[in-house]
Design a protein around this ligand. Structure first.
Ligand SMILES: NC(=O)c1ccc[n+]([C@@H]2O[C@H](COP(=O)([O-])OP(=O)(O)OC[C@H]3O[C@@H](n4cnc5c(N)ncnc54)[C@H](O)[C@@H]3O)[C@@H](O)[C@H]2O)c1
Length: 309
């Protein structure tokens, strides 16, 4: 599959590398406003070509070179501290401008959006591209959900692969955990607690929710970027498209009456295959969880109003 990446920074390079290491893409074009950076990333990634499980070619390219791509990942950006919403003013004009150029170049594939604030920028890409919403996917809270599964797994001394947990709402400060949906293996968390009370002595749900929300910033403080979680979550989306997997994952998609919400991008479980989003699933939330979802959706809506559409 042919992959395009806009933004050759910390996220762009790890998305490219993870895709090569997993043998997903066979041809990757990487773009950056700083041309030398994209060129150097492409050369450096090519240096690993001997060792990837399948052959893959990398080159630097322009927006106009993205016309023949199957998937374009949008991960350009300028990261300010503490709240992803602060990135909106910095990114919205540039993303709108290059999405138009990519569409004009004949791109007919699927946009996967990572640039923050991701739910709002994904909505912008959907509107500006004119694409059907099935072909515009935001990474949304996929990363937060993966983080939550790791945090819960560490607490319970179990594999994160045996935890199914979802972070809902904005990929940002207003996100929340619908605890009613957490499963350990095939058991609800409540059932698991009844049979393993000793594991739940220090299991503070508010603390876990907070740790999950803070995790990105905690990593950012130490190394100035976050990479491995996002590199893998984005590649799970790309892989689902490349292999027509029809896998259910959590990502940002257009609400059309789901949960009583309309005309915004927010995360919920979706089924993804070769044509993008095939189905959106609505979780059975409690009234309290539904209230929290409406609140975080309000934050996204307020910021969508700031887009120049
Ligand atoms: N959604 C998520 O879960 C998630 C996770 C991590 C990072 N992010 C977001 O991804 C984006 C990138 O993060 P990063 O750590 O790679 O940042 P970075 O600063 O390392 O890289 C960003 C790159 O984008 C380039 N760029 C800026 N404007 C551009 C444009 N108009 N066209 C092409 N390239 C452009 C910059 O030159 C830079 O190389 C940010 O918006 C960040 O907030 C999202």
């Amino acid at each position: 599959m042919k992959l395009g990446i806009i933004g050759a920074g910390a996220v762009g390079e790890i998305v490219a590398y993870t895709s090569a290491m997993r043998g997903i893409a066979s041809d990757i074009i990487i773009n950056d406003v700083i041309k030398e950076k994209a060129i150097s990333q492409a050369i450096d990634l090519n240096d690993g070509r001997l060792f990837y499980p399948k052959d893959v070619k990398f080159r630097a390219g322009e927006y106009e070179d993205m016309g023949d791509r199957d998937v374009v990942v949008i991960c350009s950006g300028k990261i300010p501290e503490e709240d992803r919403l602060n990135e909106l003013e910095l990114n919205k004009k540039e993303v709108a401008s290059y999405v138009r150029k990519i569409v004009d170049a004949g791109f007919k594939g699927i946009f996967v959006v990572v640039t923050n604030p991701v739910d709002i920028i994904t909505y912008e890409v959907y509107k500006v591209s004119g694409f059907d919403d099935s072909r515009v996917i935001g990474s949304g809270t996929f990363l937060d959900s993966a983080r939550l599964q790791v945090v819960i797994a560490n607490k319970l001394g179990i594999s994160p692969k045996s935890v199914n947990a979802t972070v809902l709402g904005e990929h940002g400060e207003s996100q929340f955990v619908p605890w009613s949906q957490v499963m350990i293996g095939s058991m609800t968390l409540d059932k698991y607690e009844k049979t393993h009370p000793e594991l739940f002595k220090d299991f503070d749900k508010d603390q876990i929710e907070d740790d999950t929300r803070r995790r990105g910033w905690d990593i950012f403080k130490g190394k100035g970027s976050t990479q491995y979680g996002i590199g893998n979550t984005v590649n799970n989306i790309i892989q689902a498209i490349a292999n027509d997997e029809k896998i259910v994952l959590k990502a940002s998609c257009l609400m059309e009456g789901h949960y009583g919400l309309d005309d915004l991008y927010i995360s919920t479980p979706i089924r993804v295959g070769k044509d993008g989003i095939e189905e959106k699933f609505e979780l059975d939330l409690t009234d309290e969880e539904l209230g929290r979802l409406k609140k975080t959706a309000g934050v996204i809506k307020d910021h969508i109003a700031k887009l120049d559409l």
